[in-house]
Design a protein around this ligand. Structure first.
Ligand SMILES: [Zn+2]
Ligand SMILES: [Zn+2]
Length: 275
């Protein structure tokens, strides 16, 4: 049976939020348990510090290996470290991330939540959380995954494209939304957008939601759309800021009105230029 390991990161030394938000395939340091961690084991990603908690789940796809001989060195995420030295002797595990939740709004499971659980609260990740990799016994793992699954957000108000859906279309839409939903990614894109624009607006119809709705509701609201169709991306491809476009909810829905979002986006771009 698959074992579970918890991988901890400290946001003081490492921008793990952005790394996790942009990389569906990541590497994590694995200085201990390196002879035990195996392909197929489950991974819990844990943020240390003042917003501590379980922020992502995934599966081990590369057993512990020196950084010099991993499969995808370009995915090491070295630029997310505050120091940029690479130690090629560092032992790394490859993890495919299946879900990331960075904020309370996305239903991450906080350290405070687990402190109230009579079993999980006795685990070292709560009582003495020093270290990078923690072995999670089955009983504790079950409780942690149950907490994660119980507070998921089923996106009930967010139907898949309605005009021509088949199961494949639905599946790629789910993957697409997963890439777009990350708050860290949205923040990074908005920040980048504001270096050349004075205010946030839809890049198609140019609406400023602040002009249309009470600012108490609309302030800072905008959606991000990933331009490249998921089907053309390898599963491990990181997201780049230039792959993202800011859209108001109406334009975003129109883009996803049919399965061919790329074509719809082109049509809408022309439409708004000619208007
Ligand atoms: Zn728009
Ligand atoms: Zn989209």
């Amino acid at each position: 049976m698959a074992d579970t390991y918890l991988f901890q990161g400290n946001p003081k030394h490492y921008d793990m939020d952005t790394y996790l938000a942009t990389h569906p395939y990541i590497y994590w340091r694995c200085p201990n348990y390196k002879d035990k961690v195996q392909i197929g084991d489950k991974a819990i990603l844990w943020r240390a510090g003042k917003d501590a908690g379980m922020i992502a789940i995934g599966e081990i796809v590369e057993a512990p290996t020196p950084a010099s001989s991993i499969k995808f060195p370009e995915l090491l995420g070295q630029r997310f470290w505050t120091s940029d030295e690479i130690d090629l002797n560092d032992i790394k595990v490859g993890i495919v991330i299946s879900e990331v939740r960075l904020t309370n709004g996305e239903h991450l499971i906080t350290r405070e939540h687990f402190k109230l659980d009579s079993v999980v609260s006795k685990h070292r990740i709560i009582t003495n959380p020093t270290g990078t990799v923690f072995e999670i016994e089955d009983t504790v793992a079950k409780l942690m995954f149950a907490a994660w699954n119980n507070s998921c957000d089923f996106d009930t108000d967010d139907p898949a494209p309605s005009k021509d859906t088949d199961s494949e279309g639905k599946y790629s839409y789910v993957l697409h939304k997963r890439r777009e939903r990350s708050s860290a990614l949205r923040k990074a894109k908005v920040k980048h957008f504001l270096t050349t624009n004075d205010f946030i607006h839809c890049e198609l119809c140019r609406v400023n939601l602040n002009d249309k709705y009470p600012n108490s509701l609309s302030e800072g609201y905008i959606e991000v759309h990933h331009i490249k169709p998921i089907s053309t991306l390898k599963e491990h491809t990181p997201t780049h800021i230039d792959d993202l476009i800011l859209l108001c909810p109406n334009c975003h829905r129109m883009v996803h009105r049919t399965k061919d979002a790329e074509k719809n986006l082109e049509e809408l771009k022309k439409w708004f230029v000619d208007e």
